[in-house]
Design a protein around this ligand. Structure first.
Ligand SMILES: C[S@@+](CC[C@H](N)C(=O)[O-])C[C@H]1O[C@@H](n2cnc3c(N)ncnc32)[C@H](O)[C@@H]1O
Length: 204
């Protein structure tokens, strides 16, 4: 939980904000695979007029205890849900649908179906935002590590390089105005203090 929260702050810093889409003032926001709920809670605070739902297969400890609900803002609710079973929301329920760092949770052959479902629950003129990470090319040792990661995760049906395909997945889902960005984030002391912090979130 702490690692995910820490990683959230690192991502927000690197991406210069919690989101990139020009969402305006959304009324309904969904975060799929919300983890600790940190991102969704920040959105609930940024958009107090919005209803924000965080959905995840695992309930964060704080949401298991009704007495700790006071720590959550009123316009946020957590829902336990397996995205692979289909999202339990009606079509066109959200203005902004967000999903981040799910490459380990969605088998390669299920990705398109999941993205189609994200598109389904999003309203016309709404936005779907996907954020994924993947290993980049680097020095020989890093390249070897990357090759091992690809091999190992492929054995479990996971495509750890899915990040490079999310633009195509969004397009195939029939979405319009698809934009795809790659941001290279150094990890380790060579990249300065920020990259050195990032190494602490990825090395466990
Ligand atoms: C790496 S964490 C990312 C959490 C959050 N999106 C973030 O960026 O901080 C991946 C999350 O996906 C959730 N997850 C994995 N498989 C899932 C599934 N089939 N349905 C819903 N959530 C899933 C995990 O429980 C975990 O909270």
């Amino acid at each position: 939980m702490n690692r995910l929260d820490f990683q959230h702050y690192m991502f927000r810093f690197a991406l210069r904000g919690a989101y990139a889409a020009p969402i305006g003032q959304p009324n309904d926001i969904l975060d799929v695979g919300c983890g600790t709920g940190r991102w969704a809670l920040e959105m609930a605070n940024l958009f107090p007029q919005a209803n924000v739902i965080g959905a995840d297969i695992a309930t964060p400890p704080v949401d298991e205890k009704p007495e700790s609900q006071h720590r959550r803002t009123e316009n946020y609710v957590f829902v336990e849900m397996n995205v692979l079973d289909g999202l339990k929301f009606a079509d066109a329920s959200f203005d902004f649908t967000h999903q981040r760092l799910m490459m380990g949770g969605i088998p390669a052959n299920r990705w398109q179906g999941v993205v189609n479902d994200l598109a389904r629950v999003t309203r016309p003129r709404g936005w779907v935002e996907l954020v994924e990470a993947q290993p980049m090319d680097g020095a020989p040792a890093l390249d070897k590590l990357k090759a091992w990661q690809i091999q190992l995760t492929a054995k479990r049906g996971i495509d750890i390089m899915i990040g490079s395909k999310i633009g195509a997945l969004l397009q195939n889902a029939g979405l319009q105005n698809v934009q795809f960005y790659t941001l290279r984030l150094p990890i380790g002391a060579y990249g300065g203090s920020w990259a050195s912090w990032l190494s602490k979130t990825t090395s466990r």
